[in-house]
Design a protein. Structure first.
Length: 157
């Protein structure tokens, strides 16, 4: 089957989360996507976990190891993608089982430019999460010129 979507996970030392993320991607309601994990030279065993999932994904999982920043990791993932549509998933976010299907359908049916989704994240009241929340809210409230579709609040269940 032709792959329609590439899911890029950019991570480093994500041993706490990577297995749950990959399991959630294995249990998606559709299988027309590939997964690209860009690992920034983890030292905690994350790479071994990803390697063991390659067989479960039956050729739909690619691992690229290169020391890089988050932005460069996303760029590498997009360059490796064998599809026109790329979804990014942070290493500490677990998508619901219909995430790929819903996002793909909205891109096709609603012709949107950017899609933000609801994911389960680990609770954190730190400054980083407050800043991320403020950025998302400013995008929604200022009516950016892009066609933005929103599924709930970032970080919610």
């Amino acid at each position: 089957m032709l792959r329609k979507v590439s899911v890029v996970i950019n991570e480093k030392n994500a041993i706490r989360d990577i297995e749950e993320i990959l399991e959630s991607l294995l249990n998606q309601t559709v299988s027309y996507f590939e997964v690209i994990v860009v690992d920034s030279k983890s030292t905690d065993g994350t790479i071994k976990v990803v390697e063991k999932y390659k067989e479960k994904f039956k050729g739909r999982l690619m691992l690229h190891i290169e020391k890089c920043s988050v932005g460069r990791g996303r760029q590498i993932g997009a360059e490796l993608a064998r599809t026109e549509l790329v979804f990014y998933l942070d290493a500490d976010c677990i998508p619901p089982n219909d995430w790929v299907e819903n996002f793909y359908n909205d891109f096709v049916k609603k012709n949107c430019d950017i899609l933000f989704g609801k994911v389960k994240t680990y609770p954190d009241n730190g400054l980083f999460y407050k800043c991320v929340g403020a950025i998302y809210e400013s995008i929604y409230n200022e009516g950016a010129e892009l066609n933005v579709i929103r599924y709930g609040r970032h970080g919610g269940d």
